[in-house]
Design a protein around this ligand. Structure first.
Ligand code: CP
Ligand code: NVA
Length: 302
């Protein structure tokens, strides 16, 4: 049997994706009601982090505790991964011991190579190219606040990075329209954009791109691994800020989202992220519930 992994959103079909969001909402309700549900008793999640994390680490560890299982945090600093043990060998060994693995790393090809050599499901917890777990939480947050996202208009303002790529995939999977406002030279990859060309457009002006949008979303100007580019990017992105003008152009009931961590005064103003249209704290909390739904789904399929 081939193992089902979650390396991008497109590893789910639309029916599975919508079911997963509904299940995340139900798991959230169960948790808030104090119901104990332990479908992963005695099972172990291996968590490989080659980049920093607050939300992803805490949500996966907490989710495994809720499910009656256990999580092991592995960093390259204190494993053989950091001393050059081949990815294939690490995948073969770890997947003989643990039941499911999540990885946060740099090149997307690394997680693909790991998954090819893993006997157990592998979850993408962020690569340079994608951040699919975040999109599950974002869609859950939208559905909770406003109902189905199908047919809605989402405006993504900023870098054509991992978050932007996952928004493009989400537009295909959940069937919404996406407008990307990014500076020249910072577009999403053509190979990711082209298959979504019927529902994604690039509009350079952030206010024009936000007109009547149902969701306005942004991300940092310099992602992890791009710290050296911070100054050049601050110049290139200076008009790509979600501020009061952008939110005024969006629909009256538009929501603002950000995967966090945020830089107030750069990609978003404090007024917007701390304002009444911002749902970023529900969005962040939903990492926990959405990933529990994902863990349950992958364990049931494998
Ligand atoms: N949004 C997100 O993935 O946050 P962390 O980097 O804190 O995990
Ligand atoms: N684009 C950001 C997302 C952080 C959650 C990064 O890769 O650093």
């Amino acid at each position: 049997m081939t193992v089902r992994h979650f390396l991008t959103l497109l590893d789910l079909d639309p029916a599975e994706a919508n079911q997963l969001i509904a299940r995340a909402i139900e798991l959230k309700r169960m948790h808030k009601a104090g119901e104990i549900y332990e479908p992963m008793k005695n099972q172990v999640l291996g968590m490989i982090f080659e980049k920093s994390s607050t939300r992803t680490r805490v949500s996966f560890e907490t989710g495994m505790a809720h499910f009656g299982g256990h999580a092991i945090f592995l960093s390259p600093r204190d494993t053989q991964l950091g001393r050059g043990e081949p990815i294939e060998d690490s995948a073969r060994v770890l997947s003989r011991m643990v039941d499911i693995i999540m990885i946060r790393t740099f090149e997307h090809e690394k997680i693909e190579l790991f998954a090819e050599n893993s006997q157990v499901p592998v979850i993408n917890a962020l690569t340079d190219s994608y951040h699919p777990c975040q999109l599950l939480a974002d869609v859950q947050a939208y559905v909770e606040h406003r109902g189905s996202i199908q047919g809605k208009t989402v405006t993504y303002i900023g870098d054509g990075n991992n978050m932007c790529h996952s928004y493009i995939n989400a537009a295909r999977l959940f069937n919404f329209k996406l407008r990307v406002a990014c500076p020249e030279g910072y577009e999403p990859e053509a190979g990711i954009l082209e298959p979504a060309a019927d529902r994604v457009e690039i509009i350079r002006d952030p206010v024009e791109a936000s007109k009547d949008a149902d969701v306005v979303v942004t991300d940092v100007w310099a992602s992890m691994g791009q710290e050296d580019e911070q100054d050049g990017r601050a110049e290139a992105f200076k008009i790509y800020q979600v501020n009061a003008d952008v939110m005024a152009a969006a629909a009256d009931d538009a929501v603002f989202m950000h995967c966090l961590p945020a830089h107030r005064g750069e990609e978003v103003t404090a007024e917007v992220i701390d304002g009444p249209q911002s749902i970023v704290w529900d969005e962040a909390e939903n990492r926990l519930h959405a990933q529990k739904a994902l863990l349950e789904f992958l364990m049931s399929k494998n």
